[in-house]
Design a protein around this ligand. Sequence first.
Ligand code: GDP
Ligand code: GDP
Length: 439
Amino acid sequence: MPKPIVAVVGRPNVGKSTLVNRLAERREAIVHESRGVTRDRSYHDTDWNGREFTLVDTGGIESVKSKDAFAPRIREQALAACDEADVIVFVVDGTCGITDEDEEVARVVRKADKPVFLIVNKQDNPDSESDLWPFYSLGVGEPRSISATHGYGTGDLLDDIVAAFPEEHEEEEVEDDGCLSVAIIGRPNVGKSSLTNRLVGKKRSIVSDVAGTTRDAIDTVIEFEGRRIRLVDTAGMRKKNQVHEDVEYYSLVRGLAAIDRADVCVLVVDSTVGVTEQDQKLAATAIDRGCALVLCLNKWDLVDTEQARDRVVASIDRRMAFASWAPYVNASALTGRACAKVMQVACKAAEARAIRMRTSQINAVLDAIRETGHTVVRKNRRLKINYATQTGERPPVITFFCNAPDLVDDNFERFLENRIRAAFDLAGTPIRFKFKRKD
Ligand code: GDP
Ligand code: GDP
């Protein structure tokens, strides 16, 4: 089930970013910067009452200098955001009435035909709210006042946003056909479509519509070495040219939706560029959502000097250190080099993700650690892990029962992870640890 997307739209300075930060409670954002614009859009994963969703902040077009270019830019921005959103939050500034730009955004929002919340912001003092009546004229429903800075009204707003989400189960049946779902993700122009076309090739492929997901998300099911593999959202790649000029934005949002439906993410990286910050964030998102991860270093045909090779490897070491377990394959979608291998490695990563680890084997690792005496000691307290067992899969979760979970720090967790990874075949899958108290 992809996370619902909530787009926060409105003209500059009405308080969109402030509201998003308030609603997302400072969760880390995926900020995407495009050329000529200092701050463009950011994506914040968050949840309310257990329901997870992604907030899209479209704030940040202020840096466009020309006054004339303003309205069309706002329109464009709102269009792109409303297109992908499940729910729209339209923000206006309650301290200064309706402007032409507000009307411009309202036109876009009305056309989108999706649940809309009209937010009259900057109502910091509930006792002296502005008159909400004029805002009805925007034609997007009932205005409600809030204060993004003070938080007043935001809890109710979140309740109502979550209530407006599409039903949660709808799509499970379509998905659950025993196929391995693979999402090919990456920045524009790295070669995702080329790789997909290589994999789909002339072999018979079954294209299936996915109900209830992003409009025009189309998956392609291929037969690969005797197994059925669903390539998630392949249409998004093919159609990209005709959809939006704002390819970067579009592909990022699509990428996020695809990650949600995937078992394995193949992150395609342009070897002539190396791993970028955006790649890093996509990888982090994939891991966060529990996907297995494989790197495809594409356009390897263009990497022809030792120097260029070193540069790519250095960028992996630098930017992918947090996922050093993710295997990478040097490939070329252009020549076909190693494209099948990418898929083989993806299948292996999926197996690792579905691993069932024997309790006795996990505890053998603990025994070995105990023998070395390595543990955490703080203020006369000593961490003792008594027992561990796998408590979840896809991705694997191990729960460690110990005397004092609060003693476990990042260092020790990393140490444990290295030991566990050395003992099991976990290449390509994230693993999660839980620490519970049991003396
Ligand atoms: P954006 O351009 O729509 O993203 O707007 P920002 O979030 O950057 O906010 C624009 C300005 O309005 C900033 O100076 C904020 O501090 C201010 N602002 C935002 N929300 C509120 C609010 O609820 N009350 C008041 N008084 N100011 C606010
Ligand atoms: P996407 O935006 O990620 O789907 O990227 P495309 O598949 O559309 O590829 C972008 C451009 O890179 C196209 O011109 C491709 O021909 C080119 N390209 C893709 N893969 C390779 C490769 O392995 N080597 C070279 N030299 N070019 C490639």
